[in-house]
Ligand binder design. Structure first.
Ligand code: PHE
Length: 342
């Protein structure tokens, strides 16, 4: 009997089988229990040896069962550990990461450079009235500048008596909105989107400008030149970069100047800040007295400069990008090629 059960216990492969073995040995109707019951029919002498022997057998089977149960539990745990094993030293699978669009990056750079010179950021709506976009900037209804700007007009139904709205053609209306609200003195830049019906390698119907405006009692063109040269030196990372002011005309500035920066063009390689070539980068001038008046600022007391610069254009120059349209194609291969995405 002993050998039979010790064998059965040893070969049991799971807890359920082990429980069956226990019942058939020690259960109420188990073989050991039946033997125990037979003790009653024995003579006292027989019982003296059979009793302790049966008890010893019961103990032996019990402890064999307990030992086997523990062994099975250990094996189960080992199996689970082996199955759930994880190599924490494996390198991770990288996921593609988003990045800031190059135009947004350039806007952030421009904003930081002007912030160092005390300029804060102002904003205006991209859909504005023709008064802010034109009239207040000394561009009356018949002025040829309106046609030159290839303006997108918002549709108006007959009987709509709201003022005509346009997609702003430049950031200059933000000059008016800012001075109207905050008066003088002021020192702001206004980066943002502008719209003109134009499309080729260097023009897209939506593009970006940054407006600059500084108004105080004795601001001059000399301040404008210093501010711009500081800006270009920081932005293009060239100390002592030269600028050239060419007399020009804008209805909202008097005098007006177009500003070029120094560059060289050799072996198809454009270099900013060296050589004796020039590249036009912005329009500027002293804010016209009529513009100050339109914005509620007294031109007898205040004066200042304004400029408007193409952000996409200076981004193209800085990163050597030949086609402006690619900025707005959202082509990941293009973004990666110029290091704007990983
Ligand atoms: N608004 C002009 C443009 O879009 C640029 C400009 C701004 C010129 C401010 C002078 C002063 O071309």
């Amino acid at each position: 009997l002993r050998n039979k059960y010790i064998d059965l216990i040893a070969t049991a492969s799971d807890e359920a089988t082990l429980e069956d073995v226990r019942l058939s040995a020690l259960g109420k109707k188990g073989e050991v229990a039946l033997k125990m019951r037979e003790l009653g029919k024995m003579s006292p002498e027989e019982r003296k040896t059979a009793g302790p022997a049966l008890n010893a057998l019961k103990d032996e089977i019990n402890s064999a069962l307990a030992a086997k149960k523990e062994a099975l539990a250990d094996a189960a745990l080992d199996a689970r550990l082996a199955g759930e094993w994880l190599d924490v030293t494996l390198p991770g699978r990288p996921r593609p990461q988003g990045s800031i669009h190059p135009v947004s990056q350039v806007i952030e750079e421009v904003t930081a450079i002007f912030a160092d010179m005390g300029f804060s950021v102002a904003e205006g709506p991209q859909i504005d009235t023709d008064w802010y976009n034109f009239d207040a900037l000394n561009i009356p209804g018949h002025h040829p500048a309106r046609a030159e700007m290839d303006t997108f007009y918002m549709h108006r139904d007959e009987g709509d008596n709201r003022p005509p709205h346009v997609l702003r053609t430049h950031t200059s209306p933000v000059q008016i909105r800012h001075m109207e609200k905050h008066g003088a003195p002021c020192r702001i830049i206004a980066p943002g989107r502008v719209y003109r019906a134009d499309y080729d390698q260097t023009h897209t119907p939506m593009f970006h400008q940054v407006e600059g405006l500084a108004i105080d009692r004795d601001i001059s063109m000399a301040n404008l030149k210093w501010v711009l040269e500081e800006f270009f030196a920081a932005f293009f990372e060239v100390d002592g970069i030269k600028t050239r002011f060419r007399a020009s005309h804008f209805p909202f500035t008097e005098p007006s100047a177009e500003v070029d920066i120094q560059c060289s063009w050799e072996d198809g390689q454009l270099r900013i800040g060296e050589g004796d070539g020039w590249l036009e980068v912005l329009g500027s001038g002293m804010v016209h007295p009529k513009v100050l008046s339109a914005a509620g600022v007294d031109p007898a007391e205040w004066q200042g400069f304004a400029f408007g610069m193409g952000i996409d254009r200076i981004a193209m120059l800085k990163y050597g990008i030949p086609d402006l349209r690619a900025f707005f194609d959202s082509d990941l291969r293009w973004l990666r090629h110029y290091g704007f995405a990983s």
